[in-house]
Design a binder for this molecule. Sequence first.
Ligand SMILES: C[S@@+](CC[C@H](N)C(=O)[O-])C[C@H]1O[C@@H](n2cnc3c(N)ncnc32)[C@H](O)[C@@H]1O
Length: 204
Amino acid sequence: MTEPRNFDAVAEQWDEEPRRVKLAGEIAAAIQEGIPLSGDWDALDFGCGTGLVTFQLAPFVHSITGVDSSSGMIERLTAKIATAGVSNVSAKLYNPDTAELSAGRYHLITSAMTLHHVKDIVPLLASFKALLHPGGRIALADLETEDGSFHEDPTGVFHHGFSAEELSDMLRKAGFSAVSIETATTIVKGERIFPVLLATATSC
Ligand SMILES: C[S@@+](CC[C@H](N)C(=O)[O-])C[C@H]1O[C@@H](n2cnc3c(N)ncnc32)[C@H](O)[C@@H]1O
């Protein structure tokens, strides 16, 4: 049994890894391809980290709130918001053990490379659904099922990726419809190639 990973220690250097920046750009592009974004929309980026995906989507929505359980990540995102001087991005610390996910209602909830760090996913997806306006959209990017070799440190890795069937089942169990799963991009690590799936769905 693993325990949650402490992302605080890596927050300051998170954006210095070019592979992460590239991946975030590719995931954001896949989200935009899968879902036509609207400048009227309020969005929430769950497990936002330092906001690599959050910032990519911000120009195309009315507002976007980055939510993360790591205070280090949220501090880094808060500093980046101040430096960039953007007014439609906000950062919010979330304690999965004690707090409600977020107040507010959203038209879009995104998440990139975070679901595999969450033990119980269906309740989380149900809480996403409760936060969405009727007809609101969800876009979740994560590893396709892998053999456990993606992470050198297995701490806080609750799932070795997901199959398209697993993602579809979990989304339907949480009450989503119009579920679609695509391969968004791939991550190359040495000689290994790890596909990243993008699941999109609608809250009815
Ligand atoms: C692999 S990082 C991805 C960060 C960012 N989405 C990106 O693409 O750069 C996973 C993030 O999920 C956050 N996280 C892990 N478990 C979480 C939970 N239960 N609730 C909220 N955030 C969580 C971590 O703190 C970390 O910032």
